[in-house]
Ligand binder design. Structure first.
Ligand SMILES: C[S@@+](CC[C@H](N)C(=O)[O-])C[C@H]1O[C@@H](n2cnc3c(N)ncnc32)[C@H](O)[C@@H]1O
Length: 221
């Protein structure tokens, strides 16, 4: 109960801090699958304090628009968001375009398919699309300095490790010192993913003490 209260408190405080980014004249829907406000603030603070410029996100939505608004206000920084659902990718792309943010953030539709890095025959974002798009993006803008892993969906019982491939697949594109956030680590599979990343890549992911339900790590320099 106390943990839930603290989470609600941090989210409430985060809504207040987010408000300058939510009042730009364009309505932005939030849902239960959106990154929690406290996690958004954690990422926004990392973008600001870590001077992050080359962002990649797995799983697009409200977070994509909020981060794009922040980088647009700041005047620099890019975001590429991998999205498995074509309709959702089009919806987020439309919102970005309506707000004049297409130059800041791009949603790449990458359907889920069998993937060599996926666990137990699970799928991940289409290998060739990811490779082509991420290579072109990093050739143009430099190595990724912030990776947010909030997709593909992993809540189903047989998909709890669905987000595992993100770090190994994108590892060679990450800058030393890059930040990595894995959301929803509180549910089944979350701990195993972070343990595998630690063992296989030396990436130490720490649960956020502020109840965001995310784990955060830094790529070793
Ligand atoms: C955990 S969500 C990603 C959320 C996103 N990072 C955000 O903070 O809004 C994972 C997937 O759910 C789907 N999704 C996201 N927001 C949605 C919404 N409001 N309604 C339906 N599906 C959504 C997208 O396919 C997305 O890749």
């Amino acid at each position: 109960m106390e943990a839930q209260f603290l989470q609600a408190f941090y989210d409430l405080a985060s809504w207040i801090r987010l408000s300058p980014l939510l009042n730009n004249g364009h309505y932005l829907p939030f849902s239960v699958v959106s990154l929690r406000p406290s996690a958004m603030i954690k990422v926004l603070d990392d973008i600001a304090l870590g001077d992050r410029k080359v962002l990649v996100e797995c799983g697009s939505g409200t977070s994509t628009v909020v981060f794009a608004r922040m980088m647009n206000q700041r005047g620099y920084g890019k975001l590429l968001s991998l999205e498995h659902d074509g309709e959702w990718a089009a919806r987020v792309t439309t919102q970005l375009a309506a707000e004049g943010l297409s130059d800041v953030a791009t949603v790449v539709h990458a359907p889920l398919e069998e993937h060599p890095a996926a666990v137990k025959g699970m799928d991940w974002y289409a290998s060739k699309t990811v490779s082509d798009e991420i290579t072109a993006y990093t050739d143009k803008h430099g190595a990724i300095d912030l990776l947010l892993v909030d997709g593909p969906p992993g809540w189903q019982r047989d998909r709890t490790l669905a987000r595992y491939p993100a770090a190994p697949v994108l590892w060679d594109f990450l800058a030393p010192g890059a930040s990595v956030l894995l959301d929803d680590v509180n549910r089944a599979g979350g701990k195993e993913i972070t343990e595998r990343w630690k063992e296989e890549l030396g990436l130490d992911m720490q649960l956020d003490p502020f109840g965001t339900r995310g784990a955060f790590g830094t790529v070793p320099s």
